[in-house]
Design a protein around this ligand. Sequence first.
Ligand SMILES: C[S@@+](CC[C@H](N)C(=O)[O-])C[C@H]1O[C@@H](n2cnc3c(N)ncnc32)[C@H](O)[C@@H]1O
Length: 254
Amino acid sequence: MGYLFVDDARARLAAAEDLLDDGTARVLERFGVKEGWRCLEVGAGGGSIARWLAERGADVAATDITIDDLDPGSSGRVEVRAHNVFTDPLESCAFDLVHARLLLEHLPEREAVLQKLVAALKPGGWLIAEDVDYVSAIPVSALGGKEHAHTQAMRLHMFANSGVDHNLGRALPSLLRAAGLEGVDNAGRVWVMEGGTAGARWFKISMAHLRPRLVGPGKLSDAEVDRMLDLFDNPAWSALSPIVMAAWGRCPAL
Ligand SMILES: C[S@@+](CC[C@H](N)C(=O)[O-])C[C@H]1O[C@@H](n2cnc3c(N)ncnc32)[C@H](O)[C@@H]1O
């Protein structure tokens, strides 16, 4: 099963970065990234987190199946690699920190990929995964509440049929432990998505992109998708976001 957003536009990656980078930086601050570290940013997208790691002095391998939009910045410390984390080889015992945001949820082979990422860690190295959990994603405003609940249910149904686990966030700590990591911990973030803000823009771009898969017999109508796209721009509309769950753990020292 292929990645759903394989023709990801730069706008979609930028919307995720605008929304999520501050929170990711707060999570990553605790690991003390410094000069001399080797980091791996998997499914690096537009490359903002790879650049953040490089700004702290690390040498970073930024990998993705699609590297057209992957900006390494000007530090000279980011190596861009076209790489499929499931099918392509990856070095062992090589990295002080491995980070993957909104990647494992898309990969039906996520447990095998996780084993591979753990094997890529140096002893004592950290793995940090961030993935969504839609348990929190309920309507807030009466305006558009029913429409949001309905279109979201259809969107999540389509995701599930495409091998995406939209509730992966809650499973990350146990998956990391099962993959052999120690000191596993986690923290989630959630916000009120108000129409017209970055939070709603992320959803709007995603829904517009997925329209061909969402519309059809037994699915949504074009009018229902259009109505939601309007609501995402309306400041009177709001809904709770999914949880973006960060979980981390450490490769046992030798
Ligand atoms: C939702 S985007 C997240 C991008 C970035 N991590 C972020 O949070 O801004 C998922 C990324 O994973 C990449 N991806 C999907 N399947 C992959 C695979 N098998 N190997 C490597 N990257 C993959 C996509 O190309 C895309 O850039």
